[in-house]
Design a protein around this ligand. Sequence first.
Ligand code: IMP
Length: 177
Amino acid sequence: MDTVEINGLKFKKLLTYDEIHNRISEMAEPLKRELNGKDPLFICMLNGAAIFAADMMRALDTPAPLAFVKWKSYRGTGSTGEIIEELPLDYDVRGRNIVILEDIVDTGVTMYNFIEHVKKLGASSIKIVCLLCKPESIKYPIKVDYTGFEIGKAFVVGHGFDVDGCGRGLRDIYQLV
Ligand code: IMP
């Protein structure tokens, strides 16, 4: 399927399932080496990163723990700039090497605030791993350690990305026309 229509919005294909999976396997190799012997704690930022986190954890083939949090800054196809914590972190991060699995860094407001929060809780180190990044949209000083693909400002759906809850189950990633 080259195009898809969701809630009256038209999207065209940006990345195929194979491209996404090859890139996740590629990212997993250096990450695995870097985390070797570090007893990492992975944190998945719900909802968007659920599918990426599942793919990445399997690519890493690791017994390390995976925690889930839900911080939200988006409504429809735009960032609100305001963070809502819907599911708090239920794990002691003191002294831990944290790896945050995020679907996309857009303005960076979600990641910036979450990193500050995890630092305050006493994590020893924090790495950010995201599937997509929109470099032209970033407004906050954050360093992403591993990025799957850099894309333009267009809104995307599929492979975990949604528009008002729809589209997460699409195998490929599509961008708004
Ligand atoms: P930020 O806080 O502005 O960086 O936005 C990050 C969050 O907004 C991500 O975790 C996504 O849930 C959501 N988001 C940003 N861009 C998109 C997009 O193009 N499609 C779907 N969700 C997006």
